[in-house]
Design a protein around this ligand. Structure first.
Ligand code: SF4
Ligand code: SF4
Length: 150
């Protein structure tokens, strides 16, 4: 990323169109931090072990740890996708911060490539440089929960 003069210095437009392209049909990992887990438990009024057993899996992470992640259905839809996200208000930060992720903001080419499969990008609500950076920072700090710390 060009940190001196990032391509999004004048802000970007994005509003999720809820097309669900990023929620289903492809294997992936939606990691949960301790905070994401707490939000789910409060929203669904569920006991921790029950929630993890029913909706989560522990998966290997790049740092050698096992971390908490949402399950997928057999067809690779997110466990919480039923004609749309059924936990939208409590969705993990990984979902709510999209597409303001480091590797998509690396340069304009990366951003525009992702926009080919996300109709919300380059459309809709304006997000300032400051707002985008705030989201990026929050996402960086939202570390997936390690099994060893659970
Ligand atoms: S692909 Fe983009 S528009 Fe579609 S659900 Fe995901 S974030 Fe929203
Ligand atoms: S939690 Fe909701 S927004 Fe996130 S991937 Fe699953 S269905 Fe999509």
């Amino acid at each position: 990323m060009n940190t001196e003069n990032p391509f999004y210095i004048n802000g970007l437009n994005f509003s999720c169109k809820k097309c669900s392209c990023c929620c289903r049909g492809e294997a992936g990992f939606v990691y949960l931090s301790r905070n994401d887990l707490a939000n789910f438990l409060a929203e669904l009024n569920m006991e921790e072990n029950f929630f993890i057993e029913k909706y989560c899996r522990w998966v290997p992470y790049y740092d050698g740890n096992e971390v908490l992640c949402l399950k997928e259905k057999d067809n690779f839809d997110c466990i919480f996708w039923e004609n749309g996200c059924v936990v939208y208000n409590a969705r993990p930060l990984q979902c709510s911060s999209y597409p303001f992720w480091d590797f998509l903001l690396k340069d304009k080419k990366s951003w525009d490539n992702a926009a080919k499969t996300c109709p919300g990008m380059n459309n809709g609500e304006f997000h300032s440089y400051e707002e985008i950076n705030k989201t990026v920072k929050a996402y960086r700090q939202n570390i997936p929960l390690k099994k060893s710390r659970f």
